[in-house]
Design a protein around this ligand. Sequence first.
Ligand SMILES: [Zn+2]
Length: 434
Amino acid sequence: MMLAPEIETRPWAEQLAVDDASYRTQLSYLFDRSAFYRDRLTAAGFSSDRQAGGLADIAELPLTDKHEIRATCTPDNPIGAHLCVTPSEIVRIYSTSGTTGTPSYIPLTASDLDNWVTGSARSYAASGIAAGERIVTTYNAGPFVAGAALAAFERLSLGHIPVGTGNTERLMRAIELLEPEAAVLTPSYAAYLVEWAAERELDLRGSSVERVLVAGEPGGGEPAFRAGLEEGWGARVTEAMGIGDIGPSLWGECEEQDGMHLGARGFVHAELIEPGKGAALGIEDGTTGELVLTHLRHRAAPLLRFRTRDHVQVRTTRCPCGRTSPRLRCIGRTDDMLIVRGVNVFPSAIREVVSEFAPRVSGHIVVKPQAPGPKQDPPLPVNVELAPSAAAEPALADAIRDRLREVLVVQTRVELVPWGSVQRSDYKSKLVER
Ligand SMILES: [Zn+2]
């Protein structure tokens, strides 16, 4: 189902014209209300929004890194100097878990929250789910922005069954008794449940679930990994992606399964940059780079050219579904990227190549970098878990090693490890172990 066909099928050039007007208004708002951006833009030589220009000139403006915002937090202003509104205008404050332990706060006005729900609803609708169907979700409506996406399911007139995180028995009982047509999970949890059901001789393929919507980490769009999930669930798998600081479920894949459309079009502008130097790359078919996002109509604490640290590939060819936005596939987190003799390697890409060797392997891997930081000397150690009945044949390890070199141009040392020895996750997988 398409939630807003007049918007979602609008020619992309027309969308950019609409976005240019929103962007100019947003820049004027930032100069007016955001101490953080007023200072930064002035320091970069732009003393007014007129000088900063329009969307065509956005690459001239400085990028925003998460820690720069965080550095402006004070006891008086724990949100940061990018806060643009008074406390009375804020209707909700989310937080990110924060890898360093200190949370970042994400405030929203009523219109910000409404736009988040609208964008998420379009992204989830792209999966093909229809009004009146039931959907079981495994996200908690807790402090994290994923909770805001839950309101999207009411917007789509779905029968929403929230079961929350980390309760597999409750989830499987809900599927068995309430017979939802769709389930929302992380790809790791979806994979875990395939094994969980197999161990108990439960017929997951025979369940009511026809669509599995995955989000929260890269992997759901990788062909071999996706094929495994579709086989295990007997269901169509599509993925969605959000970025905590910008919005939940900004992107959602349609039934063509060829990358995620920008459901948050009109609210968010996307760019690609080179991960290292930060040079702007065009949004052209096949281009890969780090995703950079700019709020276009945000009020509480808007971000400009925010580095998401997600490494993505863009598709701009016409999609048969009729949606005109560019599509994305997430390759991995820039933070997880390893550099082996000058070649960028993502752990999720290694897992994807290894998954081609199913059913002899389980699909679980662990990359074990030997040096601190991203730079590694070859060979890169990779533990590959075998399928339950498979033997650790040296020829298999050699074949995986050769295939990794062929596809990813990386020299590895593949160790085959027994079934069950790689830690499973009912949330997000850890593919790297230091
Ligand atoms: Zn499509």
